[in-house]
Design a protein around this ligand. Sequence first.
Ligand code: ADP
Ligand code: ZN
Ligand code: ZN
Length: 743
Amino acid sequence: MKFANIIVDISHEKLDRPFGYIIPDNLEKQVKVGSVVNIPFGRGNRIIQGYVIEITDKPGFDIGRMKEIDSLSENKTKVESELIKLAWWIKENYGSTMNQALKTVIPVKDKVRNLVEKTVVLNISGEQLEDRIVQYKKKNAKAKLRLISELQKNGNLPQRTVKDNINISPSTLKAMQEVGDIIISEDKKYRNPISLKQQEEYNIILNDEQRKVADEIEKTMNFQKKKLPDIHLIHGITGSGKTEVYMELIDFCIKQGKTAIMLIPEIALTYQTVMRFTRRFKEKVSIINSRLSKGERYDQFERAKNGDVSIMIGPRSALFTPFLNLGLIIIDEEHEGAYKSESVPKYHATEVAIKRAKDTGATLVLGSATPSIESYYRAKNGIYKLHKLTKREKGQLPAVHVVDLREELKNDNKSIFSLKLQELIKDRLEKKQQIMLFINRRGYAGFVSCRDCGKAIKCPHCDVTLKLHRNKKLVCHYCGHTEKLPKVCPECGSKYLGSFGIGTQQIEMSVKKMFPTARVLRMDADTTGAKGSHDEILSAFANRDADILVGTQMIVKGHDFPGVTLVGVIAADMSLYASDYGATERTFQLLCQGAGRAGRGDLPGDVVIQTYSPDNYSIETASHQNYEEFYEQEIAYRALMNYPPVANMVSVLLQGRNQKELIVATEKMVEEIRKQKDKCFQNLFVIGPSEPPVSKINDVYRRIIYLKSRDRKKMVFLKNYLEEFINGSQIFKNINIQFDFKA
Ligand code: ADP
Ligand code: ZN
Ligand code: ZN
């Protein structure tokens, strides 16, 4: 006998409670995960609809009291079943409970509130408006002028956008309302995070290269389910117009009554980006991002389900938009780490997108200026179809200067800026052009250590150094532990404590010292903690309210500032020292993306890469923006070392509060793995156990084992075997074990 676990209302908290039903013999073949079925429910056995989320051989409880499924439902809502099937697949492939998977895929409904949407409308025009602008200019009322200009450009704007993205304070808004400049209209409907009317007409015509790529992809868009979906990889240099091609494909898709999902990393999902899409597609577009409330998110998914919108733009989770007729999924900046979920289920958006494309007949398009080695490897092996965009429509590629920091030191330059960079900064400040300076990790070296005994001050709960913040506080970037900077060394009592190396704050201070008249903005995780401050800094820089933007990698991702003609990478090799095999690739990507920020406008640009290892191939190839050459070197290295994508790798992370217990458990695990290797898996490589880069977080100790092999099937088999082995042994009782599969 077979049993089905069924949930009755997906959009509700009840999701937490599946109900067990018996599958009658005549339905056994037809009932599957995702099926919509009619079931008798409650005391009165009223027939209602439910969704099958699991099929088992074991009854959940007392069979005698279990009811039978009545029948398969005819008028089934297809999209829910599709998403339930997807959740099942996620659960199977990434190791989570069905509940965790369902919650990832289907948002839970909040308490229903009355929805009022406030929209800011420009209420004056013609001469009256002109007069008002003159008047505000005299008073130097920047905020008011900014709002008027945005309203002229974009038409009506949601009050939220006005507040969060254009940074107009409530008091300014109120003042303008009182004098009649604007009115604030209130609508009762689904919350819509974007609402725009009169934007400039969209009038870009694809160039030959873009047209060719679009044609080739459109040819495959027949929306038929296939065993292997059509997957395209667009490798296009920064500024080559990938986004224009995406929009063309979306247009092609929705003209045939289909819908499209466009994933963009949250950090690149700026107001400007969204405006590009709404200019072309108007009210057909919706977005989700982490700043929307639960209710707003829920509403966007409802609008998608109802067919009110046909394009969804958003980060990773937008992949689960409940669109019927999905025809296209685009993943921009496909190499970004943000596409992998950090919490359980630890899914990768690209893999899930392939699955969703397969189930729906949608076409999948990946795009990047620096594709991940994995994707490029697949493209080279014919699994993905490769397309190239090699030219910039606007602007030109910058000149890149690699500066050897060892030479600077020899020449007695102790500043964090090389002479070349100083010279160019000065030049750009004189010419009133803009500059971006970045390092590739927040406060990477901003730790405090003792000059006598050499000990660095560490977090009491984690195996990392504390970082010095400007307010003389030491902060742990892993657990948030904060303490005052001690007066003397906690180890030896010496009073010579100092902070070494460079973080974004030090760069900012050095700039101010060396170029006192320059207007500087800083953007990193410290300055962007508050809601909306991220956009605030970026739009201030875009409005040319500053000459120099200092920051972490955040500032180089996907932003388009035509005024920037100089990019300085302060210490390019920092990210090379990370201890995983992806470090070189990330360095290359970051340098290329960074260099791509310069010269996007009409003026030529320069990039200065400061480094201690100018000969490293990631730095060398990035300085010529030569992706192919980097790929060839990197893939040869990975093949030599049996790293993905050439081989498959599973990392087994073991965590426990008791260090002794953890060590015993880890040894036991390694022993069992070696046993299996000898028995049936000769070509398996076992590395470790060792301490991961961070060996303790929040008082939990960590050990790691790496497994590598070119035989994927056997790897999956081994992983499943080990999961069972853990369940059967007391040694692992207090140990948390996570498998992370990298193919
Ligand atoms: P990418 O996404 O590859 O970084 P974008 O699509 O952002 O590139 O294009 C860079 C700039 O060039 C944008 O301002 C875009 O509007 C412009 N652009 C791209 N293609 C064309 C075209 N065919 N005609 C005119 N402008 C274009
Ligand atoms: Zn000391
Ligand atoms: Zn800590």
